[in-house]
Design a binder for this molecule. Sequence first.
Ligand code: UDP
Length: 238
Amino acid sequence: SDHQVSYKRVLLKISGEALMGDQGYGLHPPTVERIAQEVKSVHDMGVEIAMVIGGGNIFRGLQGSAQGMERTTADYMGMLATVMNALAMQSALETIGVFTRVISAIPMDQICEPYIRRRAVRHLEKGRVCIFAAGTGNPYFTTDTAATLRANEMSCEAIFKGTKVDGVYDADPMLDPTATRYDEVSYDDVLQKRLKVMDASAIALARDNSLPIIVFSLDEPGGFRTILEGKGTYTRVH
Ligand code: UDP
């Protein structure tokens, strides 16, 4: 597919697990550095980049509530986990010369900036990578919803969802060798067929604002840039 090949402003969404490498938990510094390089190579093209990173490598609300913790408290812990990931990514990006801001939905002034929409837009215009932390700031949401919300607020042209596989398949390609990849798929098909892209609220929010979601593999070295150049394989949800 050769849709839009020149982007001005995009949002990159990655899960927290993308930062843990082959470990079962936490942060794997070489992996964080590798992803930072991927971001830098797109930043070098002059593309403005917003980022949302999950927290699943450290804590998920559902995991806490399954262990008897109050759901909202567990969700706040999950949001705090995303702040740690954002700080790790900030550090890795600044080490290689990319200016960044961590912007949290929950104010924690000593650590990062509070979310003020116009200020965040200005940072993007100045070429700073904005890493949006603490999700939406609300329990019962996910960082996929946060990514869709921020991408809309920042007028990003698309969400780039970096995953372990190069797109959306009709079955789990890790388990089913006959699984086939969609070049493109509609939001409604994703919802009806329960395809694993992002959670339903995130898909609905993207659909209602005609925000395309591009699912691609982050394991492929140079993958993010290749996709931004309109090459490589990916799935476009629109
Ligand atoms: N979370 C939340 N509200 C938000 C975003 C995240 O409550 O707006 C919590 C929720 O508990 C979630 C955790 O933060 O499980 C980590 O985010 P997520 O599961 O989306 O991370 P990912 O799966 O992308 O690593």
